[in-house]
Design a protein around this ligand. Sequence first.
Ligand code: UDX
Length: 434
Amino acid sequence: MRISVIGCGYLGAVHAACMAELGHEVVGIDVDERKVAELSAGRAPFFEPGLPEVLGRALDSGRLRFSTDLADAAGAEVHFVAVGTPQTKGSHAADLTYVDAAVEGLLPYLSDGDLVVGKSTVPVGTASRLSELVRASSGADLAWNPEFLREGFAVKDTLTPDRFVYGVARGETGERAAAQLDAVYATALAAETPRLVTDYATAELVKVSANAFLATKISFINAMAEVAEATGADVTQLADAIGYDARIGRKFLNAGIGFGGGCLPKDIRAFQARADELGLDSLAFLADVDAINLRRRDRVVALAGELVGDLAGARVAVLGLAFKPNSDDVRDSPALDVARRLRASGAIVTAFDPEANATAGRVAPELEYATDVESALRDADVVLVLTEWTEFRELDPAVVAGLVSHARVVDGRNTLDSVAWRAAGFDYRGLGRP
Ligand code: UDX
């Protein structure tokens, strides 16, 4: 099948490469010339495990190409819209400028029977509005097919997702759209991946409610961390114990400095903003979810301050800048935010991330970046582990003790072995742990 993918960011670049891997003929289109040049040369513009390999194979096969010209979408039967929906400046609502521009830009190149497929995360109501636009100006139709991929596992999540959700129009046009998507995803469907066909509003809501649920789960355990801190309990044991209840489950119950990234924070804010527009109080609790999450950053800065006495002039080693491991993404990263706050409090911050030094350096040039973990640790008065990279989890506390000037550590992700670090002489502080 001939496919176009509009927008080649974290979502679109992976989607384009994976669709070609599945045997489709794909053109990825993006306005960013540099990104298109990088992708055309087989280089992923961001760190994503497995992507360079899939990209290389797809380009070699001749089934994948990239372009800056929307006219190159002409001739494809299915057009995926995978552009960003960032938070609007000065408001919590989603900024739909790029989605609107992509769909409007596609209109002249659509043929009868084509299907425009929205993958971007949008406020409920968007698909219905855009479907009218598409139908009014072409013989094409529109479906909404939300994407649930996790950064760090994007290739796997795209090739073998948990489920497919198709939001389609009612009646025959919707059935035809579902059949077109079935043809696109034939490989995964043959492996019995669940597939739900819904109306537009449900499909849009599935995505934002999934992210709201995950954010709530993380903030729930971080709220328990606050209670644990006040009572001397250990939130990691609490999470293990409640996680054995299959109805609760242990996943997404890791307390620490909280969630960040390009999705969860902005999506829960946009979801609340949309509920407000609809005159609903139903999502008011998401303001607490957001607030609990942001308070964790204050807590970790306070813990570092407690350990060194005065942050001004203290040498702080920050290990981790990405919003999570196996990613170089620092969008709304709690780790980078904490590093910048420490610096703003007068600390001398030396940061190191195995992949995110460069992306962090572009937004936070005021920080010092070390080229390896040892140089970040050398002579530190306190060490903060803020992203749970394997490299940090596997640090030998005895070796670290030999590098730092004071053996103090804040485990912002509750990822270190507290017994081993204490045995090596460290004043160890976890989040929500005694
Ligand atoms: C998320 C959703 O998981 C994905 O389905 C959706 O499509 C996009 O948003 P992603 O942003 O890649 O994916 O990251 P995710 O793995 O969900 O982690 C989000 C944040 O939560 C990270 O900052 C992570 O460190 C944090 N987190 C996760 C916790 O603080 N505790 C946990 O237990 C789990």
